[in-house]
Every structure is written in structure tokens, then in C-alpha cells.
Design a binder for this molecule. Structure first.
Ligand code: C5P
Length: 314
């Protein structure tokens, strides 16, 4: 039996980097949002043993460094399962693009594997295995609008933002996340990084309190939740280190803004840029305009949690 799973992408509605930690990671505060662009993962379990990765995209590793390989290896052992697992990755998302493609692929492989074996991991076990493989995996076990803290692996579902139209621009460069973090360290001192995290923490608490508590002081002030989030000071710190290195990316952001984006940002450490638009029509018009200017642009939509799960396994 082959199980087919859609592996959706994410964007970061904002991301702030804090101090470097003793384990080599950095403290993060981020709001993740799943979107409608996706890869397709097919999982089958045959007689024999081992793990096979199939993908026609030459940039995707087929060995034990592949995130799907790493998660399946852990899951087979945790489930005490036997057999040869074959994972086919139909790649549509950019590689090293800041859309979490490799992380999402791994989570889709895990969920597909559980279905194929008709066995389930306990949810804490699933989350533990996912966070071992990478900081960006656990968000895909939640979907929709997700708050990420710690190194990004501690995830909390937020009330979904509306399914806004989104345009994704994918320049032809791959940005290395560890190198972007290293550049950040060269530029910023630890005390300054910590202060900025505290400041954003306060901004986000205020945002969450206002948006979701139903507190009486905000009655009658139905504000756009995304605008309120932007006002909380959430932008992407990676822009500061990635844009000077790759000026093309900052041009992509400006092009999105000129094409009418209400909010445009680098996703993760890039190289993908995205813009949020007032309507699907506005998004589609922006895609046409951006393509005429030579940008690789695609229209999609922010994917709320229920849709995410329905379309992933549907
Ligand atoms: O967790 P993940 O494998 O995606 O991280 C890749 C690399 O990015 C880490 O080895 C580390 O160098 C860097 N990183 C970091 N702080 C984070 C997440 C990742 O420094 N919060």
C-alpha cells in the first residue's frame, strides 16, 4: 500500500533572533504560518529492510542526510517496526528556500509511515522525534498559525489568521541557514540580542492578549489581527544579514511592495520572499506583473489549521 501525503510549506510572519546558546542554537521567537504550496510525499513499506529515498530533483540528497530518511529511521525504531520503507518526494517547493520544504517533507513522511504501518506514535514521542531532526519540523505537526519559541521547535497553536492571499517569490539563490546565523553573531552582541527578545516577547504578549482574550478593554475595536501583529514589532531579523549579501532579495521585497503587497517579508533565512495581499485578484495581478519583470512568482493562500489537515491527508 502506498500512502500519499501533501507536504505544505510555511512562511514566517516574523522572526526574531536572540542570543546564541551553549548547544550552538539561537533563541528564537517566530510566528509560523502554513501556506497552500506543497510537495507530494509517497510512502510505502515493503518486505526487507532499510530506507530508500526517490526524488528526481538532483539537489535533494538521497542518503541518510535526507530529513525523511532521518525521521523514518527514528520512527521505525520507536515503533519497533520491520520492513523496507520507500519514500518518494515529488519536489515542487524550492530547495533551501526558507519555506521549510525539507522539514515539511519529513513530517509528511512520518505521518505517511504511521498510516502505512497502521501504527501510531504517542503525540509527545512524535514531537520529540520531529524536533530531533530539525527546529522547523514540529510546526508541521500543528499547522495554521503557530507560535515558535526556544530554537523554534517549541510550538503553540494560535487562533488562525484569516486565509489571506499570498504571493511567493523564489529567487534562484539558496541561503545557508547556519551561515546566516553565524553572520548574525558577528553583527550583534549578546546583551543587545537578549534585550530585543524581551521587547518582542512583550509585544507578542500584548498582541495575543488583545486579539484572543476577549478582554473588555478592546471591545468595539475589531482590528485586523495581522496589522496588530506587525505593530507588535515582528519582522524578520534575517533580512539584516541576508539582504546585504544578496541585494537581489531586497529588490524582490521592494518589487512585491510595488506590486501592491500589504506586507512583504523574507521567509526564514530566505531566499523566498512573500507578500500578503488584500484579495486573491490583487495577488494574481501581482504575480503577472512580477513575472513580466522577470521574477519567479506564484500565487497561493495562507492555510488555516483545519484546511491544512484536511488537505494534507485528504
Ligand atoms: O534545527 P536545524 O537543523 O534546522 O538547524 C540548522 C542549523 O541552523 C543549526 O545547526 C544551527 O547552526 C542553526 N540554528 C540556530 N538556531 C536555531 C535554529 C537553527 O543557530 N534556533
Amino acid at each position: 500500500m502506498t500512502v500519499t501525503v501533501r507536504s505544505f510549506a510555511k512562511i514566517n510572519l516574523g522572526l526574531r533572533i536572540g542570543a546564541g546558546r551553549e548547544d550552538g542554537f539561537h533563541e528564537l521567537l517566530t510566528v509560523y504560518q502554513t501556506i497552500g504550496l506543497h510537495d507530494v510525499i509517497r510512502v510505502s513499506v515493503e518486505r526487507g529492510h532499510g530506507i530508500g529515498i526517490r526524488c528526481t530533483d538532483l539537489r535533494v540528497p538521497k542518503n541518510e542526510s535526507n530529513t525523511c530518511y532521518r525521521i523514518v529511521e527514528r520512527a521505525m525504531s520507536a515503533l519497533s517496526a520491520k520492513g523496507r520503507v520507500v519514500i518518494e518526494i515529488e519536489k515542487r517547493l524550492p530547495v533551501q528556500g526558507g519555506l521549510g520544504g525539507a522539514s515539511s517533507n519529513a513530517v509528511a513522511a512520518l505521518l505517511g509511515l504511521e498510516r502505512a504501518l497502521k501504527k501510531s506514535l504517542a503525540s509527545e514521542e512524535r514531537l520529540r522525534i520531529a524536533s530531533e531532526v530539525g527546529s522547523d519540523l514540529p510546526l508541521f505537526l500543528v499547522g495554521g498559525t503557530v507560535l515558535g519559541v526556544g530554537r523554534g521547535e517549541q510550538v503553540y497553536p494560535l487562533a488562525d489568521l484569516p486565509a489571506l492571499a499570498c504571493v511567493v517569490v523564489t529567487p534562484e539563490v539558496g541561503v545557508s541557514t547556519p551561515e546566516a546565523f553565524a553572520e548574525w553573531d558577528r553583527e550583534l552582541t549578546v546583551p543587545a540580542a537578549s534585550d530585543r527578545m524581551i521587547e518582542l516577547g512583550r509585544g507578542l504578549s500584548a498582541w495575543l492578549g488583545e486579539m484572543y482574550s476577549g478582554a473588555p478593554f478592546r471591545r468595539g475595536r475589531a482590528e485586523n489581527p495581522l496589522l496588530a501583529l506587525v505593530r507588535a514589532g515582528i519582522k524578520n531579523d534575517f533580512e539584516q544579514v541576508v539582504f546585504p549579501e544578496y541585494p537581489e532579495l531586497s529588490e524582490g521585497k521592494s518589487a512585491l511592495e510595488r506590486a501592491g503587497a500589504k506586507y512583504a517579508l523574507l521567509s526564514g533565512s530566505g531566499s523566498t520572499l512573500y507578500g500578503l495581499f488584500a484579495s486573491k485578484e490583487a495577488g494574481r495581478a501581482a504575480v503577472e506583473r512580477l513575472r513580466r519583470q522577470g521574477w519567479a512568482a506564484q500565487a497561493t493562500v495562507m492555510l488555516p489549521r483545519r484546511e491544512y489537515w484536511k488537505r494534507m491527508l485528504g
